[in-house]
Ligand binder design. Structure first.
Ligand SMILES: [Zn+2]
Length: 510
């Protein structure tokens, strides 16, 4: 059943190669991949958590398989659409192969009008996403035993809050749980195209966090000398740097790093200018090679801010600690960081170095994850997202290339994030006549009166704005939507409140 998706990936790759790849690019990629495969045959790194890797891979594989079998199964179902007992046959196949009860309103009357396969496809993606989210909140497949001590660890590094903004690209959606191996509940994650995060949004979060520290001593008392850490995560592709880097920065890694850095500095300046009396935050700039998940962390300069040109690469750390004793790992990695930049050894940066060492240590497991399960380089080095997630929320999406995020409150204010998403899905789906499935989402706090009703109004409003921004695709049924809300105070799963694939809804061919 996966053959269709792989074939599709191959076709997409072929289409791209006709357009942008040169023979030199392909040769370079082959050399790159061959080198990794050769290294792969050796044993795993002594610092790698093999059991965690196995569990993460099992979760990733089965979650993605559920999405990837939709297209081949629907192709099979399509063959029977003119049969007398089509609805019965389609339901049988849906139950057997997708574990889904297909919607009768999309299966009936196929003797009059052709089956709306695009809408049925989107419905299956949405239903699969709902099952995926339900499992995430009920079974907690990514929870780790070590999560409980995480807040104590970050406070020992001098921080009380971690606020990360990766690029919205789906190839970074697993940044927290996989690439950096941090507990998703312990890190605020808000994704933006090009990691160009909303400074005002972060400022608002900072005020909220500091207020809670003052009034409730949560997560710790305001008298503790800890700081708010804001990190931006950009990305690049080492094998195809000019084609598979960050779409929002024209595939230019330097521009991606500079763009993210400019937002970090603006946020820091914003905090200092708005709240004097020594108020400040710490900054971190991280790059991810989306081919193999190797990170680079920019070293702090003498002011403690990330140095755009000086960074430590996790592959160097991986190689240098190849025979390290796990008990010495933190010291060895800290020494490597200090060698890289003497400015870093000052007392001022001690906590930051400790945190950097932890991230580099954790990334060693992820480097082996890609080496062991993907031959050292993902086969889908480009976009292969299964749907767009738009709005506020999506804590449950911690997997690579599953979702393109557009974190926004209004389509108009974050139009670039939405446009990049539709551009990506034009290449993945729309060009082939398949719709872009868009999950429109708004999380709310159920303890605030009227919050759910406002969240529902918000997703309806976002849906209208999407239809207005992309009228042609909407008219042709090439953008399909599902509207969901979630009470994030109750730790419940998502609640579906509407969408274009529901009976009698707009957003498709009629
Ligand atoms: Zn990007």
């Amino acid at each position: 059943m996966l053959a269709g998706r792989q074939k599709r990936a191959g076709q997409l790759g072929q289409a791209r190669s006709n357009r942008v790849r040169t023979a030199a690019d392909v040769a370079r990629r082959q050399r790159f991949a061959t080198g990794n495969v050769a290294r792969l045959r050796s044993d795993s790194h002594p610092l790698t958590n093999a059991a965690e890797n196995d569990a993460l891979h099992a979760y990733e594989s089965r979650s993605k398989a559920a999405f990837d079998k939709i297209e081949p199964v629907l192709k099979e179902i399509a063959q029977y659409q003119h049969d007398n007992n089509f609805v019965v046959k389609a339901q049988e196949l849906g139950r057997l192969l997708l574990s889904l009860e297909l919607p009768s309103h999309l299966l009936e009357n196929t003797w009059i009008a052709p089956l709306d396969m695009g809408k049925l496809y989107a419905w299956c993606v949405f239903e699969t996403f709902q099952l995926f989210a339900d499992e995430f909140y009920s079974e907690k497949p990514l929870a780790q035993k070590s999560d409980a001590g995480f807040q104590g660890f970050i406070e020992s590094c001098g921080f009380h809050t971690l606020d990360f903004s990766p690029c919205a690209d789906g190839r970074l959606a697993h940044t927290i749980s996989y690439v950096l191996r941090l507990p998703y509940k312990g890190v605020r994650r808000k994704s933006y195209a090009g990691a160009m995060f909303d400074v005002e949004d972060s400022l608002q979060k900072w005020v909220e966090v500091e207020h809670k520290r003052l009034s409730e001593s949560i997560p710790n008392s305001a008298s503790e000398p800890t700081r708010y850490l804001k990190a931006a995560v950009y990305h690049y592709s080492s094998s195809l740097p000019d084609q598979e880097g960050c779409a929002a920065h024209g595939s230019d890694a330097v521009k991606a790093a500079e763009g993210a850095m400019s937002r970090l500095l603006a946020f820091q300046q914003g905090v200092q200018n708005s709240f004097c009396c020594g108020a400040s935050i710490d900054l971190m700039l991280i790059g991810i090679d989306t081919d193999n998940d190797v990170i680079r962390i920019h070293c702090p300069d003498t002011n403690g801010n990330p140095d755009g040109e000086n960074y430590i690469d996790a592959q160097e750390v991986y190689d240098a600690t190849r025979h390290a004793n796990p008990g010495d790992s933190e010291r060895v990695i800290s020494e490597l960081i200090a060698q890289k930049n003497p400015a870093i050894s000052s007392e001022f940066n001690k906590g930051l170095v400790k945190f950097m060492a932890r991230l580099l240590f954790n990334n060693i497991s992820q480097i082996d994850y890609v080496r062991n399960y993907f031959n050292g380089c993902y086969s889908d080095i480009g976009h292969q997202e299964r749907f767009i997630g738009m709005g506020i929320g999506f804590e449950e999406v911690q997997l690579r290339n599953l979702t393109y995020f557009a974190y926004l409150k209004t389509v108009e204010q974050n139009a670039i994030d939405v446009d990049v998403g539709i551009m990506i899905f034009t290449g993945l789906n729309i060009k082939r006549g398949l719709p872009a499935p868009v999950v429109i989402r708004y999380d709310y706090h159920g303890n605030v009166p009227g919050a759910r009703a406002r969240a529902v109004a918000k997703v309806e409003c976002l849906q209208q704005a999407m239809m207005a921004r992309f009228p042609q695709q909407t008219q042709q049924g090439l953008i399909q939507t599902m509207l969901v809300v979630r009470d994030c105070s109750a730790d419940n799963s998502i609640e579906v409140v509407g969408g274009s694939t529901q009976p009698g809804e707009v957003g498709g061919r009629h």
